[in-house]
Design a protein around this ligand. Structure first.
Ligand code: MN
Length: 135
């Protein structure tokens, strides 16, 4: 593995404009490429049309929430077969144990509670990318 910093394509699925701006500022500063989807439905369309390395997924969103969007993504991957599995990190203010359980059951891989510090987001991305061997 090369020792250079990976250029990840990250998809941020988040409906709140302030949360979008905060995450964008953090991720761009870290050198990641990032696209934003303003709800789960748009996120699903972007997932279908471009290859991403990681998805950051809000839960509460209009049109399609993060749980539904994650389940739809996992369904597409299952149909495509070949052990496809994009890492999805839930980023949500819903931080109760049951919320985490719902995220896991929907097919999410990790969980970051809002509000978060920039280094917490960075660490979560690094953890997940290590787990999935994508760097
Ligand atoms: Mn939201």
């Amino acid at each position: 593995m090369p020792d250079t910093k990976p250029i990840f394509n990250i998809l941020l699925v988040e409906d709140n404009e302030l949360n979008q701006k905060f995450a964008l500022a953090v991720l761009r500063k870290l050198g990641y490429q990032i696209d934003v989807a303003e709800n789960g439905l748009v996120g699903l369309e972007k997932f279908k049309s471009k290859k991403y390395d990681i998805i950051l997924m809000d839960i509460q969103m209009p049109e399609m929430n993060g749980i539904e969007a994650t389940m739809a993504i996992r369904q597409i991957e299952a149909l495509e077969g070949a052990n496809k599995h994009i890492p999805i990190i839930a980023v949500t203010a819903f931080a109760l144990e049951q919320d985490r359980k719902n995220c896991t059951e929907a097919g999410m891989d990790d969980f970051l509670a809002k509000p978060y510090k920039p280094q917490e987001l960075e660490q979560k991305i690094l953890d997940v990318s290590r787990r999935f061997g994508i760097y």
